[in-house]
Write a protein that binds this ligand. Structure first.
Ligand code: F6P
Length: 331
């Protein structure tokens, strides 16, 4: 494709801290290349509804530290239909958009792929707190969400310690355990439940609490990924087995909010820049990804086929740090 004159940028799916930093980077890089930048509000639904706002250098100012997304976000049912996507293509024609930069997770990129098949050039920027996009090591928002959850759990631990209690904390992550494992390791959890590892509850949770008690501890922290079960059920099972009554905390949407960490601001800035650079140099239909610390472009068709697995060696490291793991669980 030839260098674009005007690009659209949107955020879609669950928001993630750092999305604003990515929008800022896209707009400022585009303007530097002499490309107009139009913000599409409310994700793919906004493209269907011609819901837009022109972006200027000034209008994307003071965004680096802001959580959420100034472009709003949505999960559009209509865009999943052929008729919806046809309307989106019409909007692109009407506004003279030469391409779309879509910031979001897997669902967002499935939409982008469909749009590219209808002739609209796209580039994707991965942003989700779940870090579950197969083609990239890292997604914008993961670090911020982990740090938020860690801060919450550290606070919960203070009171657990004073009252000598057990706590079960549920964290987000959809069907993936990246967030739970990272957080569990960082808070020194007694046990972590992730969807990728089918836990032997007796061995992986009950025995670990017992071993911890035998080692002299009187408070216990169990971290559960939402995809691995429900914190209330986990608490009930612990009660049945050990006779203690855990407190239950579902951290929930707190993890999606707040000011992004430096890592998320910096990664979002480099990814936003790289997305526009690809367009400016005539490339599109790719996902911007991190690989070994660098930023790369992966063709979207190929990117969507890639899968990423939870590193089970990290699960083992988490287990080894705890008491009663002289013989770590077989993985
Ligand atoms: O994908 C991000 C995420 O926060 C997941 O961790 C979670 O399962 C889901 O979105 C929650 O979505 P909703 O915004 O519909 O509550």
């Amino acid at each position: 494709m030839t260098a674009p004159k005007r690009l659209g940028v949107l955020t879609s799916g669950g928001d993630a801290p750092g999305m604003n930093a990515a929008v800022r980077a896209v707009a400022r890089t585009a303007l530097t290349y002499g490309i107009e930048c139009i913000g599409i509000r409310r994700g793919w639904q906004g493209l269907i509804n011609t819901d837009f706002v022109p972006l200027t250098r000034a209008s994307v100012g003071h965004l680096l530290s802001r959580g959420g997304t100034i472009l709003y976000t949505a999960r559009s049912e209509e865009f999943m239909t052929e008729a919806g996507r046809a309307k989106a293509v019409t909007t692109c024609k009407m506004l003279g958009l030469d391409g779309i930069i879509a910031i979001g997770g897997d669902g967002t990129f499935r939409g982008a792929l469909e749009l590219s098949r209808l002739g609209v050039p796209v580039v994707g920027i991965p942003a989700t707190i779940d870090n579950d996009v197969g083609c990239t090591n890292y997604t914008i928002g993961f670090d911020s969400a982990c740090n938020t959850a860690i801060e919450c759990i550290d606070k919960i631990r203070d009171t657990m310690q004073s009252h000598e209690r057990c706590s079960v904390v549920e964290v987000m992550g959809r069907n993936a355990g990246f967030l739970a494992l990272y957080v569990g390791t960082a808070v020194g959890a007694t046990a972590v439940l992730v969807p990728e590892h089918i836990a032997d509850f007796e061995k992986n949770v009950i025995e670990r609490i017992r071993a911890s008690r035998l080692a002299g501890y009187t408070h216990f922290m169990v971290v559960v990924a939402e995809g691995a079960g429900n914190a209330v059920d986990v608490g009930n099972k612990i009660h049945e087995a050990l006779g203690i009554t855990p407190t239950i905390t579902v951290i929930g949407h707190i993890q999606r909010g707040g000011s992004p960490t430096g890592r998320d601001r910096e990664t979002a800035t480099r990814m936003g820049y790289t997305a526009v650079k690809a367009f400016a140099e005539g490339r599109s239909n790719c996902i911007i990804a991190t690989q070994e610390g660098g930023i790369v472009e992966i063709p979207i068709e190929e990117a969507m086929k890639r899968t990423k697995h939870l590193q089970m060696d990290r699960y083992q490291i988490m287990e080894i740090m705890q008491f009663g793991t002289d013989h770590p669980a077989e993985l």
